[in-house]
Design a protein around this ligand. Structure first.
Ligand code: PGA
Length: 222
């Protein structure tokens, strides 16, 4: 059986108090879920909450990995406001790169994404590289891709599982052995229609991850 990756992207949501409540709810809901098996859960909170999440997962013995939502295209230096890959690696094992919200709102070009990917890999962070269609540029060394069509993000209008599977197949032809995730309006209701497809090895969940109960239901149903 294939291993499934279930990734939560909390985007620019949650204060510390809200995050503590989310974590407590997550813990309660996870009591009946076996995370040692074929499902790997990765949570990508905002930078400000990484330390809190890391401590909580360790103290509560929760087998959940952490990811950053972004990383600097530069290493350490005089880059005010940036968080570099070495700093992120102190908390996380994964990092989202190339999300369409960053490409659009922060003008991240292929060249910038290439630098971010390279620095991440050099610092032992695994990029979860987001692409919008099967023609998107993919940097060397990427092993996890998330196919996220722009129309499906935050719209409640997911791609069809058949199309997601076809795109994943095309991507696998370009990147043999990669894990291809689907993202865009994934919910507990539709997750299995994606994860049951041959070429899809997980999901990237935005809005539906903001409620811990719904996110755990997605993990259960995947
Ligand atoms: P969504 O977001 O699940 O809210 O559509 C997915 C994403 O942007 O990663």
């Amino acid at each position: 059986m294939k291993k499934l990756l279930i990734v939560a992207n909390l985007k620019c949501y949650k204060t510390e108090i809200e995050a503590k409540e989310w974590l407590e709810n997550l813990k309660t809901e996870l009591e009946t879920v076996d995370l040692t098996g074929e499902k790997e859960v990765i949570v990508c909170p905002p930078f400000t909450l990484l330390s809190l999440f890391k401590t909580f997962f360790v103290e509560n013995n929760l087998n959940i990995k952490l990811g950053g939502q972004n990383v600097s295209q530069f290493g350490e230096g005089a880059f005010t406001g940036e968080v570099n890959a070495k700093q992120l690696k102190e908390f996380a094992d994964f990092v989202l790169i190339g999300h369409s919200e960053r490409r659009t709102n922060f003008n991240e070009t292929n060249e910038i994404l290439l630098q971010k990917t390279k620095l991440s890999i050099d610092n032992s962070l695994t990029p979860i590289f987001c692409i919008q269609d099967s023609t998107t540029n993919i940097p060397e060394g990427v092993t996890i891709l998330a196919y996220e069509p722009v129309f499906a993000i935050g719209s409640g209008n997911p791609d069809t599982p058949e199309n997601a599977n076809d795109v994943a197949k095309e991507l696998l032809e370009r990147k043999t052995g990669a894990n291809i995730l689907y993202g865009g309006s994934v919910s507990s209701q539709n997750v299995n229609s994606f994860t049951s497809k041959d070429n899809v090895s997980g999901v990237l969940v935005g809005g539906a991850s903001l409620e811990a109960k719904e996110f755990v239901q997605i993990v259960k149903n995947a």
